[in-house]
Write a protein that binds this ligand. Structure first.
Ligand SMILES: Cc1ncc(COP(=O)(O)O)c(C=O)c1O
Length: 395
């Protein structure tokens, strides 16, 4: 270890790769190969049972990825042309592109300051007779204001889809994230805290929804349905990941707490903490930039060069090309379709919408740093030292 940032060379810090597969995962994959059964079967079923028990819900369905889960969630709720879906603008593209997949209308909502999740007040402002669902995301494992949102959803009789792709194991007052809405969807993509390469799992307490998604997932014979199955490899790997999840989440939290303390003296930065009574899981730790930092991009690049994977998070979704297309999707759905005479008719751009909070944070004022194990105290201390040196006061 060097004494300070100034003494460090390119790639001095060896930030561990995530995920870290070992003997147990090797055995799990071998078990699948030896079984000669590679598409969804008993490994997937076992993981589904274990995951449902872990989240505290009645049903879980393994899928190819979370994008498929979000799509199936809307299909199962019978969302289609002319329906409006309230959705946060701060998320990964799938959280809102699934709405277009059903030819429905995304109505982008702003985020609120503390959780960076969907602002409950936006529901009151944007709900209309066409609104059929609310989709929210628990960003980077920091729970959104789900309790308030559940109350509003009840008031307007709207189901909630929780995109819990970053929040495996997060909870509020002991109740696991993913189990608050009608449907919860988790990504098991390689980068996620529960990681199988590509995979997803959907949870619900509603038998009717579960049965419908079960049919839609794999060539149901009564209605339009898909092939969105999880593989046995993913099912077997996910069982191993689930065994380790709580311990790994604890390490992430310790790393986040340590970093928070070490960056306290830096007046430019604020390590974000989950809201009161909420247990976040720090899929990544979020660092807010409080003051304007000159040449931020160059400074981030210099931190990355010495091995610290710190970067800006995402641009708001209402600026994304999927919602401002140069090529309007088939037959103009949902933008130009005659059966829809709401706010999107004739509009091909969302980028004019004003969502002041998300626009003030993203993409420039929120940084993410992955702190998955085996990142440890030693690495966090070195990283904090470098971050404090590079993103320092007076810039
Ligand atoms: C918040 C969120 N939702 C959905 C997804 C889509 O997940 P998948 O890659 O499993 O389809 C991601 C992936 O990064 C995500 O971050």
């Amino acid at each position: 270890m060097r004494c300070c940032y100034n003494c460090m060379n390119q790639s001095d810090l060896k930030w561990p790769e995530w995920p870290h597969y070992g003997k147990e995962e090797e055995e799990a994959v071998k078990r699948v190969i030896l079984s000669n059964q590679l598409f969804a079967d008993k490994e997937v079923r076992k993981f589904e049972e274990e995951f449902a028990a872990y989240i505290g819900v009645r049903y879980a369905l393994g899928l190819g990825n979370a994008t498929q889960g979000l799509h199936l969630a809307l299909a199962a709720l019978n969302i289609g042309i002319g329906d409006e879906v309230l959705v946060t603008s701060y998320s990964w593209i799938s959280t809102a592109s699934c709405i277009l997949m059903q030819n429905a209308i995304p109505v982008f909502c702003d985020i609120e300051n503390e959780s960076l999740g969907l602002d409950p007040k936006e529901i009151e402002r944007k709900v209309s007779p066409r609104t059929k669902v609310i989709i929210l995301t628990h960003m980077f494992g920091y729970p959104a204001r789900i309790l308030d949102i559940v109350e509003l959803a009840k008031k307007y009789s709207l189901p909630i889809i929780e995109d819990a792709s970053h929040a495996h194991g997060a909870s509020i007052n002991g109740k696991k994230i993913g189990g608050f809405g009608e449907i919860g969807v988790f990504s098991l993509h390689q980068r996620k805290s529960l990681s199988v390469g590509d995979g997803g799992i959907l949870v619900t307490n509603n038998k009717e929804i579960n049965d419908k998604i079960y049919r839609l997932r794999s060539f149901g014979d009564q209605e339009l349905s898909y092939n969105y199955r999880m593989t046995e490899f993913a099912g077997a790997l996910a069982q191993e990941g689930l065994k380790k999840l709580d311990l790994q989440n604890k390490i992430r939290k310790n790393n986040a707490d340590l970093l928070s303390g070490l960056l306290k003296r830096n007046k430019n930065l604020n390590v974000r903490t989950p809201c009161k009574d909420e247990d976040g899981v720090f899929y990544a730790v979020l660092i807010e930039i409080k003051n304007n930092i000159l040449n931020l991009d160059e400074k981030l690049t210099s931190l990355q060069k010495i091995g610290i994977p710190i970067r800006k998070t995402w641009t708001p979704l209402h600026y994304h090309a999927h919602f401002n297309p140069s090529i309007v999707p088939a037959r103009g759905c949902p933008w130009l379709h005659p059966s829809y005479n709401g706010q999107m008719q004739g509009i091909t751009k969302y980028s004019d919408i004003q969502l002041p909070v998300v626009q003030s944070y993203c993409p420039d004022r929120i940084l993410e740093l992955y702190i998955h194990p085996p990142v440890d105290e030693n690495l966090i201390k070195q990283a904090a030292d470098c971050i404090n040196s590079v993103l320092k006061i007076m810039d």
